[in-house]
Write a protein that binds this ligand. Structure first.
Ligand code: SF4
Length: 120
């Protein structure tokens, strides 16, 4: 009986340890994303601002501004790195945009785009 209990405890400890490793790995490997915004093609519908009002703002020229984004002269698009915590709201903004000018890509620690694996 004792042996069974001990074995059960060992299994529980192993499971707990496994969970801890997952959590540590999850923290270390926190997902990062890059919003790529083609402001030139924005038609000022402001669905983005409705979906993520903390990030998307009305600008005087009738287009949306992505708060704290920087302009990439090579692509002529605005870019902003975000954490997992800001992903859902901005993904909702991207999906709400009627002209699909907001793109969100997953990036690695060097800022390179990560290809999402397709399900088979
Ligand atoms: S939803 Fe799209 S088109 Fe409308 S303001 Fe936002 S970025 Fe521009």
């Amino acid at each position: 009986m004792l042996r069974g209990t001990s074995s059960a405890n060992a299994a529980a400890q192993k499971s707990s340890h496994k969970q801890l490793n997952t959590n540590i790995k999850g923290t270390r490997m926190a997902n990062k994303y890059k919003i790529i915004y083609d402001r030139e093609a924005c038609i000022g519908a402001f669905a983005c601002a409705a979906a993520a009002p903390d990030m998307w703002l009305f600008a005087d020229d009738g287009k949306a501004d992505l708060k704290t984004a920087t302009f990439n002269p090579a692509t002529k698009k605005w870019e902003l790195i975000i954490d997992e915590a800001d992903y859902d709201d901005n993904q909702a903004a991207a999906e709400a945009c009627p002209v699909y000018v907001i793109k969100i890509v997953k990036i690695d620690e060097n800022g390179n785009e990560i290809e999402e694996k397709k399900e088979e």
